[in-house]
Design a protein around this ligand. Structure first.
Ligand SMILES: [Zn+2]
Length: 291
């Protein structure tokens, strides 16, 4: 299981989340057969999305995070429920770039420049969509900038995915610290100082518990851990949802499918599950399309 712990400072100035997402990222690597750079890019987006998902209020709410950059990896998409159960994919899982001069996987080049989207489906008619420019493609910086500029929430974000020689994920996780309205400037100053002197998150994940990592970010501030959530890589696709997706293609496209193929196979892009349809089944779906 992956897990996230959540804390709030005693004076209500800030909330902090620390997540271990190694199991989530390993499942993603297995499903999508990603090369190391793609694993790191997808892993960071999954980690960010999972943490952001736990900030949703209701059980039916969903949060989707999408990076649409011009890098070799193409689009990276992740979708989370309110417990941080998350699923995702990268358009080009074969993306593998030379390491950066500092020895890190080059996620910035994998994602590239473009836009990022945060979509919150919170039960209303229309989902809320926030759009921002991708600042660096390194994901953590982009998330912090998105929150600060698009939602006016000053945010510290750290994300890290360490891919082992055997291509599995050795460590993965993140930190998300956000100022709450009317934050005490003195607390803000300590948080900034702690964040800038904190060691890289993957190094801390290798050596410390989530509670100890939290203590690094909140050093010198009184706080309470208010919960711990266990989560994982979960896809909610089903035969019924696939039916609906096919029906939504409309009569013309479905008829083309009916005429061109004996059997149609639909593959879920998040989990790889396959759903196959016979000609008769496609014909039945054509009848369900509203004229
Ligand atoms: Zn699926």
């Amino acid at each position: 299981m992956s897990r996230v712990i959540r804390a709030i400072t005693r004076d209500g100035s800030a909330r902090a989340l620390i997540a271990d997402t190694r199991d989530i990222v390993n499942e993603a690597i297995k499903i999508h057969s990603t090369e190391p750079t793609a694993s790191a890019a997808l892993g960071r987006v999954l980690t960010a999305c999972s943490m952001m998902g736990t900030l949703l209020g209701e059980e039916e709410d969903m949060l989707t995070l999408r990076f649409k950059g011009n890098g070799e990896g193409g689009s990276v998409v992740a979708s989370s429920d309110w417990k941080g159960n998350v699923r995702g994919f990268i358009q080009n899982p074969a993306c593998d770039l030379p390491l950066r001069p500092d020895g890190k996987l080059n996620v910035g080049c994998c994602i590239g420049k473009g836009n990022m989207y945060v979509l919150r489906d919170v039960g209303g008619e229309e989902p809320y969509v926030g759009i921002a420019n991708i600042v660096s493609g390194e994901v953590a910086e982009d998330i912090a900038s998105y929150y600060a500029n698009s939602e006016q929430v000053p945010t510290v974000c750290a994300l890290g995915v360490l891919v082992d020689r055997d291509r599995t994920c050795a460590h993965s996780g993140g930190a998300l610290i956000q100022l709450l309205p009317f934050a005490d400037p003195a607390v803000t100053e300590i948080l900034e100082k702690n964040a800038s002197s904190a060691p890289p998150i993957t190094k801390m994940l290798a050596e410390k518990s989530l509670e100890e990592i939290l203590a690094v970010y909140l050093e010198g501030i009184e706080y309470d851990v208010f919960d711990e959530i266990q989560n994982g890589y979960e896809c909610n696709c089903s035969r019924e949802r696939t039916d609906r997706a096919l029906v939504s293609l409309g009569k013309k496209e479905l008829t083309e499918i009916y005429e061109s193929e004996e059997n149609t196979e639909m593959t879920c892009q998040f989990c790889g599950r396959k759903y196959s349809y016979t000609k008769q089944e496609i014909a039945k779906l054509i009848k369900e399309v509203k004229a």
